[in-house]
Ligand binder design. Structure first.
Ligand code: SF4
Length: 225
């Protein structure tokens, strides 16, 4: 049976600030609920799965009309896996050319070939490297999916060379090529513009040194959502 809809916290238009689709304009759909409690989380309001409102699939499809790029974020979007599959099926039936990126913490299993979710692009933000959040092991299926599909990238927050060395070891141990990994500056809310630029520059140089992609956090630099 098709699901009634998705539990949504907010829908907004912005520039994708990070990762492989950085700087593209997108419709963001932020889903409610997360299975982790990361101390550095900047969207703690997304943790409670009862927050937000249930939005019907047709209404969400109407919101996406006129866009060619939709980002599903959270929270942890894959907690609503069945509903997301239904949404993507309906969305692509209506607009086969729209691209969808799903952001995930990677602790739940990766999509299987029989799921609509398999056709989306994924940006996984692992929470077990360079430091571990309790209970946040990256599910092994993401490494296989990344190796075989070309639809998966990992983006990792770092602030020092030791962090980057840990990420290198993690990628090697899990068979992930450096071209699948973006390093991003670990920032905090007290940083002024100068400090933000300084850590961006430091992580960019470390990315070059260790052969990873670099991702800015464009929305922070520009003061966007
Ligand atoms: S996985 Fe993401 S949304 Fe969930 S607690 Fe961690 S940072 Fe926040």
């Amino acid at each position: 049976m098709t699901s009634k809809g998705l539990r949504v916290l907010e829908v907004f238009t912005s520039i994708q600030g990070e990762g492989p689709f950085c700087c593209r304009i997108a419709l963001f759909i932020r889903l409610a609920g997360c299975n982790l409690r990361c101390p550095f989380c900047d969207t703690k309001y997304s943790w409670d799965p009862r927050r937000g409102r249930l939005i019907g699939l047709e209404d969400l499809i109407a919101e996406a009309s006129g866009y060619n790029f939709v980002v599903i974020t959270g929270g942890e979007p894959l907690l609503q896996r069945r509903q997301l599959n239904d949404f993507l099926e309906a969305l692509w039936r209506r607009n086969p050319h729209i691209q969808v990126q799903v952001e995930t913490n990677g602790t739940l299993p990766a999509p299987e070939p029989h799921e609509m979710l398999y056709e989306a692009f994924y940006v996984v933000s692992p929470k077990d490297v360079p430091v571990s959040v309790e209970g946040a092991k990256t599910h092994s299926t993401w490494f296989k999916y990344a190796r075989t599909s070309g639809r998966v990238w990992f983006k990792v927050l770092v602030h020092s060379e030791e962090d980057v060395i840990r990420v290198s070891r993690w990628a090697r141990e899990n068979g992930i090529s450096s071209g699948r990994v973006y390093l991003m500056p670990l920032t905090d809310e007290n940083m002024d513009r100068e400090a933000l630029l300084e850590i961006h520059r430091r992580v960019a140089l470390l990315s070059v040194k260790y052969g990873f992609h670099f991702s800015p956090r464009m929305h922070l630099l520009l003061g966007l959502k």
